[in-house]
Design a protein around this ligand. Structure first.
Ligand code: ZN
Length: 337
């Protein structure tokens, strides 16, 4: 098959479009012909090299995949999108439905070969059948970001109708998913973005209020928009650059839920502020297989829609990653093959 691999860490120039051996599915696995694979920031970090995680080389990235079953232990021809979370299926966390807490948890394409390829193998429990009305490109753009946003808002922060929710960087993959998931649950959404176009798109996805983080002070705007009360939930994934403003934006009893730190992980917290205002700081990592099925029902019914920035051929993966790095996209960048 053809695949995009890197044999060493570095810039986008290490990505090679080349012929590689087909993956061979083991018992309990399916072989999937990849039709579309969406990019994630994870792909960039692992290509550059990670401090604490060793990626087996050469490596095929790609965590968000849609395609057709062509072999292994599943029905041939089945149109599917893939659960990106890999877990043992046998431990207490897995059996309790919290597979993203599995000690052996991994992400498709992280330390295993992923979907920047014509074929990928996955456990059959990672297959999610998609209806004929859903295309491969939009199906590939759905799993990782919507699973992450669902777990953050619904499971960790327990969003309720009427909650006021601040969502950072609504143009990012997680941001555009979180705006929709929060609005779906009846929250009043405030979204930040770095350009008038991104703010307009955030409104179209369901944000009631938008804040330009380049020209406006985010926490001041939140206070103004909430009559000085602050928001019930902040959806954080930016880290160092936004952390202080995120904490300052919380109402008493507010929940800050974070799934990432794209601008850096070192932040400080004034504990007096946390206990006196009874704040909750919640970590969130991916989501469970059950949560993806729950979110997918709304996707298939047209009530959650992944935003596609662009779809390009698999062989153009390097240019696609460059585009993601430059942060001018709104929504997901998808490889087609
Ligand atoms: Zn497990």
């Amino acid at each position: 098959m053809h695949a995009i691999r890197f044999h060493e860490h570095g810039g986008t120039d290490v990505l090679r479009y080349e012929e590689v051996p087909d993956p061979v599915p083991a018992s309990g696995e399916a072989l999937v012909r990849v039709r579309a694979c969406a990019l994630n920031h994870l792909d960039l970090w692992q290509r550059r090299g990670l401090q604490r995680v060793t990626i087996p080389l050469p490596h095929i990235s790609g965590s968000d995949v849609a395609g057709e079953v062509v072999g292994g232990d599943a029905e041939t021809g089945l149109r599917v999108m893939l659960q990106p979370g890999l877990s043992c299926g046998r431990c207490a966390a897995c059996l309790d439905g919290r597979d993203n807490e599995c000690p052996r948890y991994d992400i498709l394409g992280y330390r295993t070969d992923g979907g920047y390829a014509e074929l990928v193998k996955v456990p059959v429990r990672n297959l999610v059948a998609i209806p004929p009305s859903v295309g491969f490109v939009e199906a590939a753009a759905f799993p990782l970001t919507f699973l992450t946003a669902w777990h953050m808002l619904v499971t960790r922060a327990r969003v309720r109708p009427g909650d006021e929710v601040l969502i950072l960087a609504a143009g990012s993959g997680v941001g555009q998913a979180a705006v929709q998931v929060a609005a779906l649950h009846g929250a009043r959404v405030m979204a930040t973005g770095g350009s008038p176009e991104k703010l307009e798109q955030a409104r179209r996805l369901g944000a009631a209020e938008v804040i330009d983080h380049h020209t406006q002070n985010v926490s001041d705007e939140v206070k103004r928009l909430t009559n000085r009360r602050g928001v019930d939930i902040v959806v954080e994934h930016v880290g160092k650059a936004t952390w202080d403003a995120s904490l300052r934006s919380l109402a008493p009893g507010g929940r800050l839920v974070t799934c990432g730190a794209t601008t850096g992980p070192d932040v400080s917290v004034d504990l007096r502020f946390v206990f006196s205002r009874q704040l909750s700081l919640l970590g969130s990592y991916m989501g469970t297989k059950g949560e993806l099925h729950a979110a997918a029902r709304f996707f298939f019914a047209g009530r959650l829609k992944p935003v596609i920035d662009r779809a390009v051929p698999l062989s153009d993966a390097a240019a696609a990653q460059q585009h993601l790095e430059e942060q001018r996209h709104f929504g997901k960048i998808v490889l087609e093959c």
